[in-house]
Design a protein around this ligand. Structure first.
Ligand SMILES: [Zn+2]
Length: 144
């Protein structure tokens, strides 16, 4: 038990909290729902991996479904609400290693993976940075 508590503290110290909708990053978020926009849920990830405000990013679970998309994804994908609930393979294309790397991050890997992906079969490529986030455990894919 003691070890679990200590790990929790360590995680919190080097973690940043970010909103799944507006992407605002805070050190401390007492509420589950974002205080800035009221629309997103506050998740945490490694501090140096946190998305920049206004970034396009997706939240993907271990079963490779999109469960969250930032407001900025609207410019990249069109309507963001169509992203949520979609299989990742229908949303991002172009890198065969993507499913494995996303699943690894969603299972809590501390490694940061970088992929090149397209939002349409022949669209322009975006750089995707994949890291673990939570809770619940998921992968954060920041697109730039
Ligand atoms: Zn927000």
């Amino acid at each position: 038990m003691t070890r679990l508590i200590t790990q929790g503290r360590d995680q919190r110290q080097d973690a940043a909290r970010f909103c799944t909708h507006c992407g605002v990053v805070t050190d401390d978020a007492p509420q589950r729902v974002c205080e800035s926009c009221g629309l997103g849920v506050v998740l945490h990830c490694a501090r140096d991996a946190a998305p920049r405000p206004g970034a396009s990013f997706l939240i993907v679970t271990t079963d490779l479904r999109v469960t969250g998309a930032s407001a900025a994804c609207g410019e990249m994908f069109g309507e963001t609400f169509e992203l949520v609930g979609s299989p990742l393979v229908d949303v991002l294309h172009g890198d065969g290693a993507l499913p494995r790397q996303v699943a690894r991050a969603a299972m809590g890997s501390r490694k940061v993976a970088t992929v090149w992906v397209r939002t349409a079969q022949h669209g322009r490529p975006f750089r995707g940075r994949i890291v673990a986030c939570g809770d619940p455990p998921a992968a954060l894919i920041v697109l730039s």
